[in-house]
Design a protein around this ligand. Sequence first.
Ligand code: URA
Length: 192
Amino acid sequence: MNDKQAKLDKIKAEILAKNTCPDLAKQATQLVFGDGNPDADLVFVGEAPGKNEDLQGKPFVGAAGKFLDEMLGMIGLDRGDIYITNIVKYRPPSNRDPLPEEKAAFLPFLESQLEVIQPVLVVTLGRHSMNCFLPELQISKVHGQPKRKNGQVYLPLFHPAAALYNGAMRQTLIDDFSLVPAILEKVNESNK
Ligand code: URA
């Protein structure tokens, strides 16, 4: 097993050992920690697992995940090229929005995941994810625009579940997504 994967496994074990968000844990099937390539340049961060994710133990395996896979395909990537996770790692009941205290409880673990992976670019999916890192910004104003903070570059995108059945937002998300390769290259250049 590679070193990064071992470190990620340790973070997962820590979430369980610390009994993080016990009320959420009680009603969830399992912890949905993250999936993909720990050596990836690109990390995607969603909001919280939904029903399918809760059942399968992997992030973005439902309808929103299928759309995400399609967009990855458009830029020549698949799940093996990226790492994907959520802020909150248990499914909120009835898919309600995660509560501020739930996001706060999981944030240190998300930060640890990013510290291990050291991605070139963090793509945030939806406003919850963006506001974890960039609390002062509004997604309707900054989607598709890379933002650098404390040495890390973030690309805020709309959430694929929100864009899935909304024609205009769907096209905007696809357009923003198509910027990823060029942004990645630019960040790589500027980090040299
Ligand atoms: N929506 C999310 O934010 N995360 C998932 O894992 C699935 C749907």
